[in-house]
Design a protein around this ligand. Structure first.
Ligand code: AGP
Length: 611
């Protein structure tokens, strides 16, 4: 989720671009850069670290006058470490280009371009687009024709901005799956990945759509799609800058809950070959070599990431046939762990900086094979592990982890399929079925989020309760734990997750009318009927039950509850991911009704870097 800004006008492009990048600071970044074009000369400056580092380098540079056109970028790395060489903009001949997204076929494109004599300097997928565009321009194509031809060869998600030294009056734009807006000004136009970057200059916004190409000058905006000119509606934005950073949502948490369909698509992109049922994870080649000799997997994490590991255990044991243990990182690091050469230790962490998880990984390093599943390229945990599998959730601002959790589950399912293929424990047909369901997941998540108003209504009935119980069995048990954690950490209400089958061994003594019980109920047999029995046990003792389920009306006939929230069914393996969405929304709405600070709850930190 990089920050992108472009400018074409009659003022100093550099200061406008830097100001725009600053307002995108919430999108997180590990490096930044800017290219300005004055007459026929492109001047590019890049720096690793925060935007202040780029500003320091710019201040030290001699600049004669101001350039009226340019592009700027803050990078949230997905391919290639956060270094100056990997920072955007990327230059190639007469072109400077920035990109937000993932180019799936950059490896074959890079090989083809190297054949044509292109010299690559970075590890990124983006540099391929810069060279390809430059080659097409050098072949004599007009700027927009060259941009169109470049995009026709690129597979994946992209928001491209490019400038051509031979045409210093225009910014070339292309959009697919990754957001781009255009801010219309007087004698100037701005392009950005998000509205906050342009708000101080204009409130007139045009939102580009997938497949759109645009040529933006100081006085004109031409947009086409599939070779034909299109007119995109201009809107006037009334938001203040902070609301704009939240995409119009009241809190980052709600924005990130709604972001999950897109970021799951980003995490899956380029990693699945549905046709042959295989998973493409070249970063795990060492694991493929060792897969047959593995005897045991130990997963270590904290908090929400630990819940993801509990769910991942189901995927890995069922698909890959390897015994999987899940341990709190803070516990594992003070036990021997019995890690040997045939053990794979998987550390799961959104931030990659959680000290307990880093400590657990250090205990395993050198004894067994280690793998990090992380959302931040180049984080401490990634540098410590033998291999890294990145989630592509983008920066998660809200302390309560939502989209990171969902993409961790997706990454764990990809890992389980990868191991199943490497160990030949799952027929290709079965793997294809699972992948086919995963392809449907982003759309199912978009569909699921539409239950928000139903969940808000349930929250209104229960937000004053002082205790909640979350129950689930099998795959639903980790989701019950996660739902309880979300509620307690942002609404400060005591909430406990428990295996539904365990209720009768003590906790059922807690049940009375004052105790709402959230039952996570999956249609998968035989646990569906077993969980229904547990539901009746707690109802018989006066509990007010809220059911979250993938079951149908028919399945639920005769069951009366205080709240019934349904999610679409895609597959048994994926239902827990969808069943978790209503629990995220329940925690959110209960917290808002209780007036707590949803994004910055008391006593908590986004990344716990202390013991
Ligand atoms: C989750 O909502 C919490 N904020 C917390 O439990 C978090 O999951 C935990 O601290 C682990 O963080 P990590 O994924 O960055 O390692």
């Amino acid at each position: 989720m990089c920050g992108i800004v472009g400018y074409a006008g009659n003022r100093d492009a550099l200061s406008i671009i830097i100001g725009g990048l600053e307002s995108l600071e919430y999108r997180g970044y590990d490096s930044a850069g800017v290219s300005v074009l004055d007459g026929g000369t492109i001047d590019t400056t890049r720096a690793t670290g925060k935007l202040s580092e780029l500003k320091r380098v710019l201040a030290a540079k001699k600049r004669d006058g101001s350039a009226p056109l340019g592009i700027g970028h803050t990078r949230w790395a997905t391919h290639g470490r956060p270094t100056e060489t990997n920072a955007h903009p990327h230059s190639a001949g007469r072109v400077s280009l920035i990109h937000n997204g993932i180019i799936e076929n950059y490896i074959p494109l890079r090989a083809m371009l190297e054949e044509r004599g292109c010299v690559f300097l970075s590890e990124t997928d983006t540099e391929v687009a810069a060279h390809l565009l430059n080659t097409l321009l050098a072949d004599g194509l007009k700027p927009l024709d060259a941009m169109r031809a470049m995009c026709a060869q690129v597979k994946g998600s992209y928001a491209f901005l490019a400038i051509d030294a031979h045409h210093p009056d225009r910014v070339l734009v292309a959009k697919n799956s990754t957001p781009i807006i255009i801010g219309r000004g007087e004698g100037e136009n701005l392009i950005a990945s998000d509205i906050p970057a342009v708000l101080q200059h204009t409130r007139r916004i045009v939102v580009l759509e997938d497949g759109d190409l645009a040529e933006v000058t100081a006085s004109s905006v031409y947009v086409e799609n599939r070779g034909a000119e299109v007119v995109r509606k201009e809107e006037t934005i009334a938001w203040d800058p902070i609301t704009a950073q939240k995409g119009g949502f009241k809190h980052f948490m709600l924005k990130e809950i709604h972001d999950q369909s897109r970021v799951v698509g980003d995490t899956l992109r380029g990693r699945m070959s549905e046709h042959d049922g295989s998973v493409k994870l070249p970063e795990l080649e060492l694991l493929r070599e060792r897969a047959h000799s593995l005897k045991r997997i130990v997963m270590v994490a904290c908090g929400t990431a630990w819940h993801a590991c509990l769910e991942g255990k189901f995927f890995i044991e069922e698909f890959a046939g390897i015994p999987c243990e899940v341990d709190y990182a803070s516990e594992f690091r003070y036990r021997s762990g019995l890690i040997d050469n045939d053990t794979l230790v998987i550390a799961v962490s959104q931030s990659g900086e959680t000290l307990d998880t880093l400590g657990a990984l250090e205990c395993a390093s050198g004894k067994g094979l280690t793998l990090a599943i992380c959302n931040v390229v180049g984080a401490s945990i990634c540098r410590k592990a033998d291999m890294v599998l990145y989630t592509h959730a983008g920066p998660e601002i809200s302390v309560a982890s939502t989209k990171a959790f969902t993409t961790q589950l997706v990454a764990l399912q990809l890992l389980a399929l990868f191991l199943a293929e490497a160990r030949s424990t799952m027929p290709a047909a079965a793997r294809r079925n699972v992948l086919r369901a995963m392809v449907e997941l982003p759309a199912a998540l978009s569909q699921t989020i539409k239950i928000d108003s139903e969940v808000a209504a349930v929250a209104k009935k229960f937000f004053q309760a002082r205790d909640f119980l979350f129950l689930g069995r099998g795959r639903c048990y980790p989701i019950a734990l996660e739902g309880a954690l979300k509620l307690k950490e942002i609404s400060y209400i005591h909430a406990e997750g428990y295996p539904a089958g365990e209720m009768k061994h003590g906790p059922i003594a807690l049940i009375d009318e004052s105790m709402p019980v959230v039952m996570v109920l999956q249609r998968e047999k035989p646990l569906f009927e077993k969980t229904l029995s547990n539901l009746k046990e707690v109802e018989a003792r006066g509990a007010r039950v809220i059911v979250v389920t993938d079951a149908t009306d028919e399945d639920m006939q005769g069951i009366v509850t205080q709240g019934m929230i349904r999610v679409p069914f895609v597959s048994h393996e994926l239902s827990p991911i969808l069943l978790n969405i209503p629990l995220q929304l329940l925690a959110y709405h209960v917290a808002v009704l209780n007036g707590t600070d949803v994004d910055l709850p008391r006593n908590l930190a986004k990344s716990v870097t202390v013991e």
